[in-house]
Design a binder for this molecule. Sequence first.
Ligand code: ADP
Length: 626
Amino acid sequence: MSKQTLSFQAEVAQLLNLVTHSLYSNPDIFLRELVSNASDACDKLRFEGLNHPELYEDAPDLDVRVSFDKAAKTITITDNGIGLSQIEAVEHLGTIAKSGTRDFMAKLSGDQKNDAQLIGQFGVGFYSGFIVADKITVESRRAGLPTAEGVRWSSAGTGDFEVETIERKERGTSVILHLKDDASEYLNTWKLKSIISKYSDHISLPILMKKEAWKEGENGQPGEMVTSDEWETVNQAAALWTRAKKDITPEQYDEFYKQISYDSQSPLATTHNRVEGATEYTQLLYIPAKAPMDLFNRDKAAGVKLYVKRVFIMDDAQALLPVYLRFVKGVVDSADLPLNVSRELLQESRAVKAIREGCTKRVLSMIEDLAANEPEKFAAFYAEFGAVLKEGLGEDFANRERLAKLLRFASSTTDTVTVGFADYKARMKEGQDAIYYITADTQAAGKNSPQLEIFRKKGIEVLLMTDRVDEWALNYLHEFDDTPLQSVAKGAVDLGKLQDEDEKKAAEEAQTQFKPVLDKLKETLKDKASDVRATTRLVDSPACLVVQEGDMSTQLARMLKQAGQAAPEVKPILEINAQHPLVKKLEGSEHFDDLAHILFDQALLAEGGLPDDPSAYVKRVNALLV
Ligand code: ADP
């Protein structure tokens, strides 16, 4: 291939712009990213080499070498990993390969694009070289290809890049950074070594730099440090998780987390264990402090990397944790899986099943530990991940009870999301035999909902459930610690022993006395309501809507429709308060029809819905107002 000039994909140009404008606050990370790519390239060779040992050519020992040339103002990072073919150089260094990253980029708003933290979430990788370089040259040859099929790629990081064929004896890749004038501080062994030990100590490959030696000055001249031709290893070169816990500092755990998660914040919690027994593996798992933007995408890549006997196998091993724990990051290294394990095999493996159970238990204990001992951290965790944790009720039957204990809600008496089922139970009223809750679009809508009136009057706490997932999740949880859970917006209210005889009698009387009005309402509203009945649950409001036990709530049906999803047509039941003046007015009223529709539409408004025909509603109200 003779020299060609090609343009970057538009997204790369955008990303480059971000890199140079947003990440300058911590320029050191360029080395972390490039060393990490070099190490990945060696991992890939190791993996492909399992079936094709000839790819190692005559250099079986993998390493990464970092050197610099003061006079030329360059830093070179060389690996003898898998290398790049010409096509790969064009594709991988000219486009953003991962469609996830691309979609993510597309979603960022203008402001977010300048947010280094967000950018960090998907890793800028190779392009971070342009933080310190005004030109990057990559020379590479893919393992196994003839030496005449090397490639040189170079770019100034603006609109385009050049590629050409070169002769390259060594397998693997050299990334040569031509430093900007203000980046010459990196032309220094000590500086580069300290960045490597900060960010790349745990990389399991040796990272080599040229040894420095002190050269005596001549004739009384001051001496100087000179680099020799001898290479020395400057990192620990042992994968972090293989080291003993006592030899790892909290900073090293944090740094490793940042490296694998692309998060710039420290994790909220960390757990590191060697599990022995029928299946043997090491787990190093982290709970991040902040949720990623795509937390609710259940198809998103999982965060746990799988290694088999220290060999990297795959990045997003979904089989290692249930989907509802997709926010967990970390590494699992198993001794019991074959090195050539495929994704399909993972799904079926018994060892993987055991690992998955073990990791799930570990993560749950981490969260339980936060709940018991670090309330502030737990609250932070819950605000970020509480909603996904609830998915576990429907997904992980074995741990349902443990999960239920971790859930927290706001309630009619507590505005903060801090009430657990156990707290609720501890303050239940004498004679109360259910845990009451209401699902609503917002906390305010729930708290002010007419359905709560009787509960407020009787001083009974009601849990407010405002997460989209709540109603679905609660389908899987019918009781907590032998106390049934009861929605106050479903079925008839049965306050059981909490209602006295007089109240019960009054309710029954209302039902019979009111029968003609109820029948007439039923007829008038037959297109909107599946039934109309008198209720004791209302105190101040004239009417409210409820659904049949087992039906989807009107709120959820509404949310689903708004989200463009299919929702069953639920015709609610209109319940009316026979004591209310507006309801009393119904009997014999010449405006019966209007009043009936207004009652229904207002009940809908009160729970955050909208009348089917808002203008008809307005007309009816206005007709009565004049
Ligand atoms: P990422 O590593 O997150 O995929 P990068 O922008 O860092 O994204 O790199 C893009 C791609 O370029 C990598 O996925 C890899 O295929 C290739 N690449 C980068 N550095 C190297 C290297 N040292 N050896 C081989 N391939 C590399």
